[in-house]
Design a protein around this ligand. Sequence first.
Ligand code: ADP
Ligand code: MG
Length: 713
Amino acid sequence: MSKNNRIHAINSIAERVPDAPSASLPADTSMATYGEDVFGEKEIRAFLPKATAAKLLATVNEGKPLDPSIADDVAHAMKDWALAKGATHFTHWFQPLTGGTAEKHDSFVEPRGTAQAVQAFSGKNLIGGEADASSFPSGGLRSTFEARGYTAWDPTSPAFIKRHANGATLCIPTAFCSYRGEALDSKTPLLRSVQALKKALRRLMAHFGQPDGRVSVTLGAEQEYFLIDRGFYMQRPDLLQTGRTVFGAAPAKHQQLEDHYYGAIRPRVLKFMTEVEDILWKLGIPAKTRHNEVAPAQFELAPVFEDLNLAVDHNMLIMEVLRQTAERHGFECLLHEKPFEGVNGSGKHCNWSIAYNGRNLLEPGSNPKENAIFLTVLSAIIRAIDKHADILRAMTAGAGNDHRLGANEAPPAIISVFLGDELNAVMKAIETGTSARAAGRTKLKVGVDTLPPLPRDTTDRNRTSPFAFTGNKFEFRAPGSSQNCAMNQMVLNTIVAESVDAISDKLDAMPGDFNANLQKLLQRLIRAHKRVLFSGDGYSVDWPKEAARRGLPNLPDTRSAIQPLRDPANQKVFAAYGVLTEGELASRYEIALEDYHRRIRIEGAVALDIARSMVRPVVADEFSKLATALSVAKKDGLKTGIAGLKALSVRLGAGLDDLHVKCERLDKALTKGKHEDQIDAMRDLRHTVDALEHLVDDARWPLPKYREMLFIY
Ligand code: ADP
Ligand code: MG
């Protein structure tokens, strides 16, 4: 048996006997267990007195303020339900600014006298909690003398059960704030931004004579991920510590043949996916779509869109379930934006739409009035993206996503809006006052005419656009696979609210015929902001030049992309809408910058460690064996083989020298601390190591190779 762990891992996978299709239990096709791990409407009605249930549901479904007097009743009901599910503990589940989730478990145990205890959970326990905030990033918000953080129940996202091998935990979605009420999480500003957008839309709808009604903001987040065998994962310190491979030569075949995308899903992966879906369905998460993605070993999961706040919580859970389930199946799920160089990275496409009284405002509609509303909302969004592209871009920044955005892979770092040919023609018609179909024939009158039918986008034609209209929603493709989408969605809501209000302000100030005013206003808006519209190839080399000519910001890396968080103009908008104070927004800058620097440093240190302690010994050993063989051959006066041995040892020796130089350089860069130098030195070292991978005896190469990790599973 080989002593090389890498070869051992390959053999283990080869020996794995796949399950026969009939070997395992069939999935629950009745949907009877759907939502069984959620304290949802059915459970609220079953476990609470009728009046209390009605009050709680008014908060959950209609956003009415929570009546604090019902907290104790709700807590008891939740506890009874959770105990029946085998829960021993509860936790306030929140989303600190680390980008992940946090939980601190407390048992229900309450001692009663000596050696006796009961299970208790009070309204106070449910509504609020105290957590030491000092170890969570606060970007300067939390003063050192006040380390307390507070969690506050978010009743609009239902409590749920997380199961583990020996029981379960009741999880209560919460917001997380500092002592002074500053948001230390991503949920608080998200909820504030939804409020702001709802208010702005109600005001706008009043202009159209719509009855005051319910606004809903929805998100469908497509989650991309990689799966590799855990046997390989455990032998890659870079994957273990940074989520991406800092070394790895390109395999002969990767994604050139385009044979993975939508290909038949391998049984082992399908088995994993089925279990993921089973868990998600029990959590009431509507996992809908599963498929192979573009890169080998890359996949996607998409749920049906839901209320934005809920969809964000659900996406956080999806990522967790993917990772934990993968482990049980002998896989590792990689959520990093770019685990493997040279093949596609992973994104999280955020499909966003808004509805008023149940009608999707991004749906063109069937009569002139609905069309007018659609065009107005559309224009507001275009204005918002044009004015605030920089801050939307900021929310997609990060060390991981830097490998994706703009890095010859899209979506590009330039934020533009794709509308599609038909809608572009409509916008053109409004802008120039001509017909949508044939220029100059009849005018398109907003509020009077209907729109020509707009086909739903079903093709791949706009895959290169970071912000694309896809029939009845916008798809924001820049966010990275590991990121919490609350951040970008919070910005989207806020900037659209600001644009919607700007339109309302203008309409308020225009006397006379409403439709004529609206037409004029939309015309002005399109003229002012059409530069952000782009239907061409976002990957093309000409686009950055064209974008520069148009004055669109191109912020290619984290350092430049997060600067807008410090821009007073942006701070003003977020403060005005009560989403983030100046300090809260600035704190996001500090946190993003620190996170970026730390990640780059960790990557550099891991790369250096692997190069010195795993790669160099193998190269040195092989070189010395060659050198010995060469001198023996020379001494023995061999006629053949000497040239070959010599050529090889020259190449290997040069590689060894190179390795030493590059390691020293990276070491120095890490000590000096300049992140640009670290990135350069890391890239340089990678070239050397990847070249050596092709030279060194395969049986001794210590790191699982791309051709193995991406294909053997
Ligand atoms: P794609 O072609 O990009 O894969 P899909 O049709 O699979 O698009 O949809 C992707 C996501 O968009 C899904 O999560 C879906 O539920 C969501 N989605 C569909 N309609 C809307 C909408 N009106 N608002 C928000 N998300 C939506
Ligand atoms: Mg998509």
